[in-house]
Design a binder for this molecule. Structure first.
Ligand SMILES: *[C@@H]1O[C@H](CO)[C@@H](O)[C@H](O)[C@H]1NC(C)=O
Ligand SMILES: *[C@@H]1O[C@H](CO)[C@@H](O)[C@H](O)[C@H]1NC(C)=O
Ligand SMILES: *[C@@H]1O[C@H](CO)[C@@H](O)[C@H](O)[C@H]1NC(C)=O
Ligand SMILES: *[C@@H]1O[C@H](CO)[C@@H](O)[C@H](O)[C@H]1NC(C)=O
Ligand SMILES: *[C@@H]1O[C@H](CO)[C@@H](O)[C@H](O)[C@H]1NC(C)=O
Ligand SMILES: *[C@@H]1O[C@H](CO)[C@@H](O)[C@H](O)[C@H]1NC(C)=O
Ligand SMILES: *[C@@H]1O[C@H](CO)[C@@H](O)[C@H](O)[C@H]1NC(C)=O
Ligand SMILES: *[C@@H]1O[C@H](CO)[C@@H](O)[C@H](O)[C@H]1NC(C)=O
Ligand SMILES: *[C@@H]1O[C@H](CO)[C@@H](O)[C@H](O)[C@H]1NC(C)=O
Length: 445
């Protein structure tokens, strides 16, 4: 049992995961590798000729000299650490150094980067940063169609001046990079070649160095140790934005044989930075918009954070989801208090009322019949108890007498009723009041 479980853990679950990832998230072209070491490589990027969209999206995956393999931007020495389909690329870029020794010799290295035209330096994620105590640094180069130059100065006289985490001009300064930069050179200058700086600094192996680099802001926090520590650092991370070509969405759509947004459920957008266009999956879809069938429907119902339906009330539909109430319930089925409530509609009330009425009626009828029978029985009982038979006999006898009487007299008064031959009666208050005799001809009509 335990062995079976172990097998499940070591073989089955990874197999499922592998299946899940290889089937549902295919980011590269068929038969193309989608990884280089730790870096995932989505199309339009690729490691071989058939796998990338254009030569400028070539990723050189060097597996002969590195284990795990390392990804490089084209044939450059810039290594890539991540590629996102949202349009960013994290690369490691060389830093510039300018160091002075006490004997007056100088070690100076300044990189310059010319990145392919489809790449631009991300202007929101990066900062041009200068570290040093007798330093000014510049970054200059080309924006899409013009030149630019910017920079800052950093000075300090003693270690005590330096604030950890603060890059505000003392030992460290930062400035923003403008938009649309695709080519830049870094220049480092010293005001006094560290000739008259505080001697105390020499003591902590300060080494009188200046550094300058374009860096991903979140990856670099200034520390006084940087003043000598950076000497042994070659590269720091930087974020580039990538896009397709140099056309706008409108003109790119005109040539469907070159238009890159191949997925049906994708859209074209202009990037904030740089030129060209980018493709995105429509809302409710995910995947790679640059591939045919690349954008797949998201099953929002599987992820509670993607839907606001009450439990088990969610139904996935193409590109979206719906909250559905079961039969006999109404409402929106949402967790924000607008859940499902049992329908108290007319039809149900009517049914209920009708049912109850029928039941009541049946009960009444039954009760009435019961009491009628009881009454009859009681009458009979009392009749017998109170000598009813005798009375009846007497009554019959009296009746007989009266009929003889009536026969004799033809008409007569009985119980205040004027009795006719035919048996019709008229109420009479007092026979005297009438002032007529029993033999009046009144009756004749
Ligand atoms: C992928 O590779 C297999 C076998 O090597 C081949 O049969 C298939 O046609 C290839 N598919 C594509 C799209 O190149
Ligand atoms: C691969 O990525 C993981 C997580 O992002 C990281 O911890 C690991 O160090 C990386 N390995 C290499 C060789 O870069
Ligand atoms: C891999 O990297 C090594 C050292 O940087 C280099 O000499 C070699 O040419 C590279 N291989 C490829 C295929 O780029
Ligand atoms: C990129 O290259 C630099 C310098 O060679 C190295 O320090 C860094 O670790 C590399 N990054 C990756 C992810 O290979
Ligand atoms: C950067 O410097 C190099 C060498 O000095 C020069 O050839 C190149 O034109 C410069 N690039 C820019 C963008 O200024
Ligand atoms: C777009 O790029 C092509 C080739 O790379 C070039 O010939 C053309 O002039 C560019 N168009 C614009 C508007 O930059
Ligand atoms: C459309 O794109 C294809 C492939 O890139 C190209 O050969 C063709 O000349 C383009 N057509 C037009 C009208 O631009
Ligand atoms: C994409 O849309 C076209 C036109 O609407 C249609 O012919 C084609 O079948 C669709 N492809 C997929 C995979 O849905
Ligand atoms: C810069 O990169 C961040 C992610 O690191 C992204 O959110 C932002 O949109 C990018 N800026 C531009 C102008 O593309």
């Amino acid at each position: 049992m335990a062995k079976g479980l172990h097998f499940l853990k070591t073989h089955f679950i990874p197999a499922i995961l592998l299946l899940f990832f290889s089937i549902s998230i295919s980011i590269a072209k068929p038969n193309c590798t989608d990884r280089c070491g730790n870096v995932s490589i989505p199309f339009p990027f690729g490691t071989t000729k058939d796998c990338y969209l254009h030569r400028s999206f070539f990723v050189n995956c060097n597996d002969t000299h590195y284990d795990p393999p390392k990804a490089f931007l084209g044939n450059s020495a810039i290594n890539i650490t991540s590629i996102s389909l949202e349009g960013q690329l994290q690369v490691w870029q060389f830093i510039a150094k300018d160091c002075y020794s006490l004997d007056g010799s100088r070690y100076y290295i300044v990189p310059w980067i010319e990145i392919p035209r489809y790449l631009t330096v991300n202007n929101t994620a990066n900062k041009f940063t200068v570290v040093g105590c007798d330093t000014r640094g510049f970054v200059s180069g080309n924006r899409v169609d013009r030149k630019y130059q910017t920079g800052c100065s950093s000075l300090c006289t003693s270690e005590d001046d330096l604030d950890k985490g603060s890059c505000s001009g003392v030992g460290c300064c930062q400035t923003s990079i403008p938009k649309d930069v695709w080519r830049f050179n870094i220049t480092l200058e010293s005001f006094n070649q560290y000739k008259n700086y505080d001697n105390r600094m020499n003591k902590w192996d300060f080494n009188s160095c200046s550094y300058a680099f374009v860096v991903e802001e979140t990856s670099f926090t200034f520390s006084p140790r940087n003043l000598y520590g950076l000497r042994n650092v070659k590269k720091l991370p930087m974020v580039l934005d990538w896009a397709i070509g140099n056309e706008t969405c409108e003109s790119a759509k005109k040539n469907l044989s070159s238009y890159a947004c191949l997925s049906n459920n994708s859209e074209c957008r202009k990037p904030d930075n740089g030129h060209g266009y980018r493709c995105y999956c429509l809302k409710g879809y995910r995947g790679n918009p640059y591939l045919v069938d690349g954008c797949e429907d998201i099953d929002e119902c599987k992820d509670p954070s993607l839907n606001d339906c009450e439990k088990d009330r969610c139904v996935d539909i193409e590109g979206s989801f719906q909250c559905v109430c079961p039969k006999g319930y109404q409402g929106e089925g949402k967790t924000d208090g607008r859940g499902c409530v049992r329908i108290r509609g007319e039809s149900l009330t009517l049914k209920f009322v009708a049912g109850v009425s029928v039941l009541l009626l049946a009960f009444c009828l039954f009760y009435l019949e019961l009491s009628r029978r009881k009454l009859v029985k009681m009458k009979q009982k009392f009749f017998l108890q109170n000598g009813g038979l005798l009375l009846q006999e007497q009554l019959t006898r009296r009746e007989r007498n009266r009929s003889t009487l009536c026969n004799r007299k033809e008409y007569g008064f009985q119980n205040g009723l004027f009795l006719s031959k035919s048996g019709r009666t008229w109420p009479v208050k007092n026979s005297q009041e009438l002032g007529i005799s029993a033999h009046s001809s009144l009756i004749a009509g």
